[in-house]
Design a protein around this ligand. Structure first.
Ligand SMILES: N[C@@H](CCC(=O)N[C@@H](CS)C(=O)NCC(=O)O)C(=O)O
Length: 205
């Protein structure tokens, strides 16, 4: 059994989509980030900086140890290795997926996260808003170009698509119109139609 500490934010949904895709039992522990993280039993033992998502695998599948993990990219990788799904074995295909996964956690997520943060603060300077908006638009344009000749970002459906989707799902909060990016929009609606994605977003968190 895997415990998943999560809230309804993009970093959390990445992990929930993956868990819904694979056949592994999990228990969702809802985390209200507005409250004291120390009040959530076990949370800071798994995620000492109080961030979600975090998981602990109580089964001793991986070498006889419990596995506590924070950082969504590491969690996605762990679940892919555990299930043997959504991360190809072949080195060239595997590294392609990891390239996009690292790109998501180091570039797409932080940029779009900052944009959403500053857009939500009425005191944000327009210079800051303009900066993050232009960086975000560039990332959307990049994804749109990359998806022109393929259905999924690393060719086959993978943990990289699952990591990217929740950030694009909140495009309205970023002031971006998905219809301005037709290849990205096609990918987005494909993703939205997946049963595992629907189930993840239907969860009561
Ligand atoms: N790089 C981390 C980011 C995790 C993160 O920033 N999570 C946010 C919610 S989306 C959080 O826990 N924020 C609470 C805080 O910063 O105290 C990951 O990909 O897991």
């Amino acid at each position: 059994m895997i415990d998943v500490f999560c809230d309804s934010s993009p970093n959390g949904y990445k992990v929930l989509i993956m868990l819904e895709e694979i056949d592994i039992k999990y228990r969702l522990v809802s985390v209200d980030l507005g409250t004291d993280p120390a009040a959530i039993p076990g949370f800071l033992d798994i995620s000492p900086d109080g961030k979600i998502p975090a998981i602990v695998d109580h089964d001793t599948r991986s070498g006889g140890e419990f596995v506590p993990l924070f950082e969504s990219g590491a969690i996605m990788l762990y679940l892919a290795e555990l299930s043997g799904q959504f991360l190809p074995e072949n080195t060239v295909s595997r590294i392609e997926v990891l390239k996009w996964l690292f790109w998501q956690v180091s570039n797409l997520g932080p940029t779009l996260g900052q944009l959403v943060h500053f857009r939500g603060d009425p005191e944000s300077p327009s210079k800051t808003l303009d900066y993050f908006f232009s960086r975000a638009k560039r990332l959307y344009q990049f994804l749109n170009r990359e998806l022109e000749h393929r259905d999924y970002i690393a060719h086959e459906y993978s943990i990289a698509d699952m990591a990217i989707y929740p950030w694009i799902a909140i495009h309205e909060n970023q002031g971006l119109n998905i219809r301005d990016f037709p290849n990205l929009m096609r990918w987005y609606f494909n993703m939205e139609d997946r049963e595992a994605v629907e189930r993840a977003y239907d969860l009561k968190i």
